[in-house]
Ligand binder design. Structure first.
Ligand SMILES: Nc1ncnc2c1ncn2[C@@H]1O[C@H](COP(=O)(O)OP(=O)(O)O)[C@@H](O)[C@H]1O
Ligand SMILES: Nc1ccn([C@@H]2O[C@H](COP(=O)(O)OP(=O)(O)O)[C@@H](O)[C@H]2O)c(=O)n1
Length: 214
């Protein structure tokens, strides 16, 4: 069984993917980490994330970088968004994601193009979203909790810039996949968002109407 979880930054897709993983007993891949690893590798190599050849060279990153805490920053999220517009970068990462998706027993992947490109035949697809303001507030709280000094206006600007780039790029843009259910977490607690996600997945697996426009 493959479950695809897509959505914009800080919508809660990672939280939901992990909770679904625990609920259904499936391994979870945060595919954004792969793009973040490419973005951070370009930076470390002194390359230009907007330059296709520099971004492609960074796709051969050492997996040790996946454990680097620097990957989680909004700055690296922005670099990831810039390298991910290049088709050559997406091609370099696709097999690793498909291998994870098709492992025996099934898997859950979260990202931007799981339901559209990586696993278009997934058994269940959820598109998680939330208002820009709510998403920026979540990032704000995360940064405070980690001892940072976040600025709400720049967080909003970063998220909007990333949304625009991710949704308007030519290759694998962020969009609602065919057959995906929309889950807006703006007014939901984590617990209720997770319960709603489980209900949506169960309904899709059983072929029941979810009560949500597809
Ligand atoms: N429904 C929710 N209500 C409140 N906070 C949430 C909710 N979902 C996620 N969060 C918090 O928001 C932050 C971003 O969530 P995360 O799952 O990492 O988002 P994404 O993977 O979409 O970037 C985390 O601190 C997480 O605990
Ligand atoms: N499947 C994916 C996952 C991430 N990405 C890119 O990588 C960036 C970082 O993704 P992420 O999932 O780690 O970001 P957050 O939603 O956690 O902020 C995104 O803004 C996308 O540009 C992508 O293009 N395709």
């Amino acid at each position: 069984m493959i479950i695809a979880v897509d959505g914009p930054a800080a919508s809660g897709k990672g939280t939901i993917a992990k909770a679904l993983g625990r609920h259904y007993g499936l391994p979870v891949l945060d595919t954004g980490l792969l793009y973040r690893a490419v973005g951070l590798s370009v930076l470390k190599a002194g390359g230009d994330p907007d330059h296709e050849a520099d971004a492609l060279a960074a796709c051969g990153f050492d997996d040790a970088i996946l454990g680097d805490s620097a990957l989680r920053s909004e700055a690296v999220g922005s670099l990831a968004s810039r390298v991910s517009v290049h088709q050559v970068v997406r091609d370099a990462l696709v097999q690793r994601q498909r291998d994870f998706a098709t492992q025996p027993g099934g898997a859950i992947l979260d990202g931007r193009d799981i339901g559209t490109v990586i696993a278009p035949d997934a058994d269940a697809k959820i598109f998680v979203t939330a208002s820009v303001h709510v998403r920026a507030e979540r990032r704000y709280k995360d940064a405070l909790a980690h001892g940072g000094h976040p600025d709400m206006d720049s967080l909003i600007a970063d998220i909007q810039a990333r949304d625009t780039r991710d949704m308007s790029r030519d290759h694998a843009p962020l969009k609602l996949a065919e057959g995906a259910d929309l889950l807006d977490t703006s007014d939901l607690t984590i617990e209720s968002a997770v319960q709603r996600a489980i209900a949506l997945v169960d309904a899709q697996l059983e072929g029941r109407p979810s009560g949500v426009t597809r």
